[in-house]
Design a protein around this ligand. Structure first.
Ligand code: NAD
Length: 292
C-alpha cells in the first residue's frame, strides 16, 4: 500500500527515513525543497499534496500546528478533496484535540477515516525510530495502522476516540513544562544557597524527584547548553492548545497558565528558539546568576 507523508521538518524527515527502512512505498511533500530532496535520496518519491491525497491509501501529516493541518487537509483544493473513501489520515502533529475532532468529522462525510497520533520523544527518538505514539480514533482503524506507526516508534498506545491522542499529548506537555520549571527553580535555589547544583543532581537523580526530564535537561542546564531539542516557541504553542482545551472542558489548569507566562517572558526576551530547558534563563535573568 502506498503511504504519503506531508511535513518533513525536524521530526518528519527522520520519520520518513524509518518508514523507508521498513520497506514502505513512500511519497513525500514539504514546502522546503531541500528536505524533499533528502527524503528522495533516501528512496522516497516526491509528490504534491494533491497527488498524495489521490494516490495514497494512508496519508500521514507532521505539520507545526492546528491551522497548518486544517489548511493542508480541508483548505481550498486540500488533500481531503483528493482522498478516496476508505483511505485514512493519520495526523502525527501536536495540535488542539478540538481541531482533530473537527477534521475527523469533515473527513467522515467523505468516508475517510482519521487517527490523531502525536508523538513524544523529540528528534533523537525520531531518528532512532523509538518515538512514543499516543493515538486517538476508532479501535479497528488503530489496529489496521498500528504497524505503520510501529516503524517509527517503540511504543504505540491507543488512548480512545479521535482527539484522545492530542489530549494525551497536552497532558504530557503540561507535565514536562512544570517539571522543567521545578528543576530550574530548585537548581537556582541550590546555587544561591552555596550548594553545587551538579552535586544536587547526582544526589537526587536516583530518588523520588528523579525523572526522564531531570536526566535529559539537568545536564543541559549545568552546561549552559540551550540548543533545541524542543523549542520554547513550540512549547508555547502546545500550552496554548492545553489552555484552550482546558477552558472548553472547564478543567482547572493554574500551573499550566503560570509556566506559560514564564515561557512567554522568555519568548519576549529573545529565547523563543532556545530549548525549553532554557526556563533556567528566566531564573538567571531574575537573580543575576551567570551560570549554575
Ligand atoms: P518543523 O517546523 O521542523 O516541521 C514542519 C514542517 O512542515 C516544515 O518542514 C514545513 O516546511 C512543513 N510544512 C508546513 N506547511 C506545509 C504545507 N502546506 N505543505 C507541506 N509541508 C508543510 O516542526 P517539527 O519539529 O518537525 O514538529 C512537527 C510537529 O511535531 C509539531 O506539531 C511539533 O509540536 C511536534 N513535535 C515536535 C517535537 C520536536 O522535538 N521537534 C517533538 C514531539 C512533537
Amino acid at each position: 500500500m502506498k503511504i504519503g507523508l506531508i511535513g518533513l521538518g525536524i521530526m518528519g524527515k527522520p520519520m520518513a527515513k524509518n518508514l523507508l527502512k521498513a520497506g514502505y512505498d513512500l511519497a513525500v511533500s514539504d514546502l522546503n525543497r531541500s528536505a524533499v530532496e533528502e527524503a528522495v535520496a533516501a528512496g522516497a518519491k516526491s509528490a504534491s499534496n494533491a497527488e498524495i491525497g489521490a494516490d495514497c491509501g494512508v496519508v500521514l501529516t507532521m505539520l507545526p500546528n492546528s491551522p497548518q493541518v486544517k489548511a493542508v487537509m480541508l483548505g481550498e483544493d486540500g488533500v481531503a478533496v483528493h482522498m478516496k473513501p476508505g483511505s485514512t489520515l493519520i495526523d502525527m502533529s501536536s495540535i488542539d484535540p478540538m481541531v482533530s475532532k473537527e477534521i475527523a468529522s469533515e473527513l467522515e462525510k467523505k468516508g475517510i477515516e482519521m487517527l490523531d497520533a502525536p508523538v513524544s520523544g523529540g528528534e533523537p527518538k525520531a531518528i532512532d525510530g523509538t518515538l512514543s505514539f499516543m493515538v486517538g480514533g476508532k479501535r479497528e482503524v488503530f489496529d489496521r495502522h498500528k504497524e505503520i506507526l510501529g516503524a517509527m516508534g517503540a511504543s504505540v498506545v491507543h488512548c480512545g476516540g479521535v482527539g484522545a491522542g492530542n489530549t494525551t499529548k497536552l497532558a504530557n506537555q503540561i507535565i514536562v513544562a512544570c517539571n522543567i520549571q521545578a528543576l530550574s527553580e530548585a537548581m537556582t535555589l541550590a546555587k544561591m544557597a552555596g550548594v553545587d547544583p551538579q552535586l544536587v543532581f547526582q544526589a537526587i537523580r536516583g530518588g523520588l524527584a528523579g525523572s526522564t526530564v531531570m536526566e535529559s535537561k539537568a545536564p543541559m542546564m549545568l552546561e549552559g547548553n540551550d540548543r533545541p531539542g524542543f523549542k520554547i516557541d513550540l512549547h508555547i504553542k502546545d500550552l496554548n492548545n492545553a489552555l484552550d482545551c482546558a477552558h472548553s472542558v472547564g478543567a482547572p489548569v493554574p500551573m499550566t497558565a503560570q509556566v506559560q507566562e514564564v515561557f512567554q517572558w522568555l519568548h519576549s526576551h529573545g529565547c523563543g528558539g532556545d530549548d525549553h530547558s532554557s526556563i533556567i534563563k528566566y531564573y538567571r535573568m531574575l537573580t543575576g546568576l551567570e551560570s549554575l
